[in-house]
Design a protein around this ligand. Structure first.
Ligand code: HAM
Length: 421
């Protein structure tokens, strides 16, 4: 038993899981680049105010889930619970509005939320985050949605669907909220305690309640889409037209309001077979007011983030195979101190030539070293015994065929290179 374990809600990503992570990261970089998104790395922590103002003071993230602390200089710092607020901060700070718009960036890295840990929900998780800032054309909404879709298709996911909604803008949403609040006041005795609080502080989030007894009330609640202003309605209709013409399946949901306050107009999630509605594989939307909240000029933006742990869970659940990571194909077995020294030098030369090589440590018998070679799955074992050392040769054992060849020491690299290509 170990004395310590990883903090609750965090996980070690062990070597056996790394092929999933490496594959996802490789495909994410590739697909982002196909769509013309460039990588932007922001700090893992930011001034607390950026998240408080950006995400919204009455959201669960800001109220309950942030890892915030005073640093040694007395400044309030927060480990990022998400990327968007920090990315927009960077856009403003570096004057990116003078670049061709939209500025299209993606980021990869850990995020931190003090949540109740459960499958697919952790206190440290990793996001692939994509943003297009500076353009309000609904074709950009389509583009970021397509990046997510392409990634999941490329990874081989089945049962994909978009959940989609429009939550309007500061012009049309207040009317809807008045209607929603009136509707809920008529059900005040039937809603849960959390919803009573939401009714006071953040009524849009009423539609996102997961409590069983609130579900029939949400089902019958008014829908924001009925109250959109002309601009928001047209934006949404154009986006739906694009999705229809691409044949992308989507489900309109008046319940989809998302947990961050910066959203305007389009909001969406992707659900995948196997990890269900509670665990969207990604979520995103438009945030046309966020730059202003952070002190910048009015600047539209749209993006999404996908949790990498949820992608791994989905891959495992759906039995998606990933390529194995490259590993050394050669093990060098030696028999005594003198031949071991030759082995160490040979291994070093092989690596310089780009051939991954392992050496066997300690005083193991030849049989044990061959067993190790089997376990490691190498293609060849190079055996240097007394006889080989004297003749300046190595015995090369082809592990799959069980054949052995004597090869001159100076020819080993080219001999292996030809066979390992
Ligand atoms: P979000 O829905 O809060 O949105 O998170 C995005 C994704 O991160 C989720 O769909 C999920 O896959 C993953 N995720 C979130 N929290 C956890 C957790 N505790 N454990 C595991 N995975 C998690 C945002 O963060 C927005 N910033 C997305 C965005 C970008 N909107 C516009 N641009």
């Amino acid at each position: 038993m170990a004395l310590y374990s990883a903090p609750r809600g965090t996980q070690d990503i062990l070597p056996e899981d790394q092929p999933y992570w490496r594959h996802i990261l490789e495909r994410a970089h590739y697909i982002a680049q196909l769509y013309g998104y460039q990588q932007l790395d922001t700090p893992i922590f930011e001034d607390t105010a950026i998240f408080e103002h950006g995400i919204g003071e009455t959201t669960d993230i800001v109220e309950k889930e942030m890892y915030s602390f005073l640093d040694k200089g007395g400044d309030s710092i927060t480990l990022r619970p998400e990327f968007t607020a920090g990315v927009v901060r960077a856009y403003l700070e570096h004057g990116m509005h003078v670049r061709p718009q939209p500025v299209k960036v993606y980021s990869l890295g850990p995020c931190f939320r003090y949540e109740r840990p459960q499958a697919g929900r952790y206190r440290q998780h990793h996001q692939f985050n994509v943003e297009a800032i500076g353009e309000q054309d609904p074709a950009v909404d389509l583009e970021v949605m397509s990046v997510a879709w392409y990634l999941y298709e490329d990874l081989g996911f089945k049962g994909l669907s978009f959940q989609l909604n429009s939550i309007g803008c500061p012009r049309c949403r207040p009317n809807f909220l008045t209607v929603l609040v009136e509707y809920y006041q008529g059900h005040a005795d039937d809603i849960c305690d959390d919803c009573r609080r939401r009714l006071e502080r953040n009524p849009l989030r009423l539609l996102d309640c997961k409590t069983e007894s609130c579900q029939p009330i949400i089902d019958a609640a008014p829908s924001m889409r009925e109250y959109l202003c002309d601009e928001c309605a047209e934006h949404f209709q154009t986006l739906l037209g694009y999705l229809d013409s691409l044949g992308r399946p989507y489900t309109l949901s008046h319940r989809l309001v998302r947990g961050l306050d910066y959203y305007t107009k389009t909001v969406f999630e992707v659900w995948a077979e196997g990890i269900g509605a509670q665990n969207a594989v990604c979520g995103g939307g438009r945030y046309d007011g966020l730059a202003e909240v952070l002190g910048g000029p009015p600047t539209p933006g749209v993006g999404f983030a996908s949790g990498l742990e949820r992608i791994v869970l989905t891959m495992k659940h759906q039995g998606v195979q990933v390529p194995a990571l490259p590993a050394p194909q050669v093990l060098i077995a030696s028999l005594d101190e003198q031949t071991k020294l030759m082995g160490v030098k040979l291994a070093s030369n092989l690596r310089v030539a780009g051939i991954g090589a392992l050496i066997s440590f300690g005083d193991r018998s030849l049989k044990a070293q061959l067993r190790q070679a089997d376990r490691e799955g190498v293609a060849f074992t190079l055996i240097i015994g007394e006889r080989e050392a004297e003749a300046g040769q190595v015995t090369v054992r082809d592990m799959a065929r069980g054949e052995q060849h004597l090869v001159a020491l100076e020819d080993v690299i080219s001999w292996l290179s030809q066979r390992l290509m």
